[in-house]
Design a protein around this ligand. Structure first.
Ligand code: EPU
Length: 336
């Protein structure tokens, strides 16, 4: 049975540490809980799925029902040769799953170590870091579709993954509740060490292994990114912009050394952090909010900020970047 709480404070449920409340807060585990919940839901009642709250910005009190996944099961579903399919409940802490896999010698998600959030959110924004993305290992996503009152299993192809993008941010936005995700791991992992200084860190730690990659990535993240337990933030606030190669080449001529990555289809990906940094925003503070001193992609709450304070800062940064570089940067964080 699902659980209900009224007027639930969300302060401890969003990593930005913004004070807000939700009129109703419902914990669910399996598909039966969701069937019962949606059968009881009054018509027109808004709902929103909040996992670990690591990628959301509350913009006020939520006058509806927050759905919070509680299923924390991790289970091997199938073994075929070196491939091991593992079903992970939507309420599992992502990094607990990565630790589980690494301890068992199963590769595929080690480069995604230390990303805060729940496993159920991983396919939504196709989490990615250090040369890996969730889409590389997702086999299928089981979700409940309230409009159709049924559970479906979507293949990786049906999830239509892109950079920080999936069907759950498009056609299925607000129309699907993820119950579990099946990841395809390998008992004979191939290590991905091309990104940044992961390879040199791994060498210093004694060579290629799942444990050493996990350690190296965790160390790099801890050095670069603020700990939400200490300083409210939601990781990258903006996505890296994808622009035409022509614009990227023009900017690269003007700004030698500007990071720029091939994105296929005549497109290039720029580094939003670099663009924001060059506009002089890194480390700047405006009242209760600011731009992190070591990573300009991350906006932080020094304490007591509202969602509106964060949005006002984000707006100034966006217009500076647009004015100086002619590039639009979009938010990665979801507004609640
Ligand atoms: N840069 C700067 N100044 C800054 C930040 C970055 O000049 O303040 C430059 C860096 O020197 C580098 C380039 O910009 O040349 C890219 O920076 P970085 O390698 O730190 O990665 P990113 O593009 O800023 C992305 C993800 C991160 C992920 C890292 C590592 C997005 C929006 N962010 O950041 O994801 O950890 O790559 O793979 O794609 C997250 O989503 O919350 C997150 C932290």
């Amino acid at each position: 049975m699902y659980t209900i709480e009224e007027n639930k404070p969300l302060l401890g449920l969003n990593s930005f540490r913004i004070a807000a409340t939700a009129r109703r807060f419902v914990g669910f585990c399996g598909g039966d809980d969701l069937k019962a919940f949606f059968a009881d839901l009054p018509a027109g009642e808004p709902w929103y799925v909040l996992g670990g709250g690591n990628n959301v910005l509350p913009t006020g009190d939520y006058d509806g029902t927050i759905l919070h996944p509680l299923c924390r099961d991790i289970a091997v579903e199938r073994r075929e040769g070196d491939t091991v399919s593992v079903r992970v409940g939507a309420g599992v802490e992502w990094d607990d799953f990565v630790a589980w896999a690494v301890q068992r010698g199963l590769g595929g998600v080690e480069n995604l170590s230390a990303i805060p959030g729940y496993a159920g959110a991983a396919p939504v924004q196709n989490i990615g870091a250090y040369g890996a993305e969730a889409k590389d290992t997702v086999e299928c996503v089981e979700c409940y579709l309230p409009d159709e009152r049924r559970i479906v299993s979507l293949s990786a192809e049906a999830c239509r993954f892109g950079y920080r993008d999936s069907v759950f941010k498009r056609e299925l936005r607000g129309r699907a509740v993820i119950l579990s995700v099946v990841f395809r791991l390998s008992s004979r992992p191939r290590f991905a060490l091309r990104y940044g200084d992961v390879a040199s860190r791994v060498r210093e730690l004694g060579g290629e292994s799942l444990e050493n990659i996990r350690r190296a990535v965790t160390d790099i993240r801890q050095e670069k990114l603020p700990d939400p337990a200490v300083l409210g933030n939601a990781g990258s606030f903006f996505k890296n912009p994808v622009v035409s190669c022509a614009l990227a080449e023009k900017l690269a001529r003007e700004y030698p050394g500007m990071p720029c990555y091939e994105a296929g289809d005549g497109l290039s990906k720029l580094a939003a952090g670099w663009l924001i940094d060059r506009c002089g925003w890194k480390g700047r503070r405006e009242g209760a909010v600011g731009v992190h001193e070591r990573q300009a992609l991350v906006l932080v709450n020094y304490g007591g900020a509202s969602g509106a304070d964060v949005l006002a800062l984000a707006g100034k940064i966006r217009s500076d970047v647009r004015e100086r570089f002619g590039v639009s940067i979009d938010m990665e964080v979801n507004l609640l």
